[in-house]
Design a protein around this ligand. Sequence first.
Ligand code: ADP
Ligand code: MG
Length: 352
Amino acid sequence: ATMPPLLSAIATAGRHGVLVKSAVAMERLGEIDTAALDKTGTLTEGTPEVTDVSPLPGSGLDADALLALAAAAEHPSEHPLARAVVGAARARGLRIAPATGFAATPGRGVSAVVGGCVVEVGRVEAGGAGDAADRMHLVGGVRDLDDRMHGADGMQDAADRRSVVAHGMQDVVDRPSPADGRRNPARSDLGSHPHPHPHPHPSAGTTVLVTRDSTPVGTLTLTDRLRPAAPAATAALAALTGTTPVLLTGDNAHAAARVAEATGITDVRAELFPEDKVNAVRDLQLAGRKVLFVGDGVNDAPALAAAHSGLAMGRAGSDLALETADAVVVRDDLTAVPAVVRLSRTARRLVL
Ligand code: ADP
Ligand code: MG
């Protein structure tokens, strides 16, 4: 007997490095009319590097101690940012202390007990200062970090606070140690602007805050590389669907804008929580769209499940994403995404 077209397409997809889990999944891939893409680990390689380590003055930590502390808390996590932090600590030969009571909050960060202190690494969240449940969710970008610093111990004046925050945003590590801060003329400039952006090319990196017993002790900046195939794959999806793909990311607006620009994406939604990603997919579908969502993280699992078709990137992908998705890009080649949509369309024409 000849193989039914959809099964034949599954076999072909397999040869292209895409594991499609069922004939129904194969069929639905060809029905999509809108692509929504995660950024980190999907359009980017998902192997970020630590490009800046900035202890806060008054924290009593130097850069190595801050990195080692963050690595201890991140060690149990499988998140790409966590692996980067641990990798950077190892590369510097730092001892990573054992952690207990580890907890990860998808799309936000991690928390663990290290050396008797609660250490948290994650986003800076708007609002919620003083709310114990919110303390680890350090989200909302630089301005909110700046605001939060007003209450921090060891921060003597506003100029100090702002310079520390500004350093967290820097891609290029070319700065005096925190101890020299007051004598640095570049820093005194910062004091005259409420929310300065002293660096002419703001980092596309992700800046995360490290706290110890709820007190901010420093920031880490991590920078990821675009996948070389991302612009072509995005353009192919735009051509196939007739609409611009949507970028849905938990990362900050700067990092999102850089990737959007490089891939020609104009619909960018940044600083999303996992629940925001799934709501974005649902809203598109309520408006009549059939959405293909491509993601890799634990944070992407609800959106993968809600989408008409969910596709997970396999290499760096979390187990939850791979299990939830309708298909997995095993060979980690982003051009396989439009290819498998095309394959499905061809198979469906043969079925109908
Ligand atoms: P994306 O949507 O870009 O794949 P996530 O939703 O996984 O990203 O994460 C969103 C943001 O939450 C990150 O940019 C980072 O600020 C923070 N975050 C998530 N997990 C961690 C972690 N393990 N360590 C530090 N920060 C984290
Ligand atoms: Mg991701």
